[in-house]
Ligand binder design. Sequence first.
Ligand code: NAG
Length: 120
Amino acid sequence: MMKAAAPAATAVLVVMAMMVGSAQAACPPQFPLDCASYVLDSSSVPGKICCIEVQNNFQLVKPTASLKSYCEAIKGVKLYNGPLTGTELSLALGLPQKCQLSDQYKKGQKCNGTIMPGGS
Ligand SMILES: *[C@@H]1O[C@H](CO)[C@@H](O)[C@H](O)[C@H]1NC(C)=O
């Protein structure tokens, strides 16, 4: 009885571990909704909450920080007519610099083939 129960319990634990693992992989940080108006309306300036979310959600907290997850979030944005392009894409790529976070990420990182402005 005990011998039969042990492998089943192990199997349940493995399944749970896989579910936790895939749940984390499926939920990378999303592009902050509070930054949408800045990206879609080029005449605006990024709002304070937008900038706080860019810094916090993507861990832009030291001069060597990576913009990789921020870049992935940009690529994950889907408008009614597809991914961000042109001016909207440039605005999104330049957002960390516009939010005055240049001291909080590494210079010269590329996203979608373009070097992200700013950095240190
Ligand atoms: C990135 O670049 C490719 C072509 O170089 C383009 O098709 C794609 O839509 C671009 N934008 C994003 C957000 O991935």
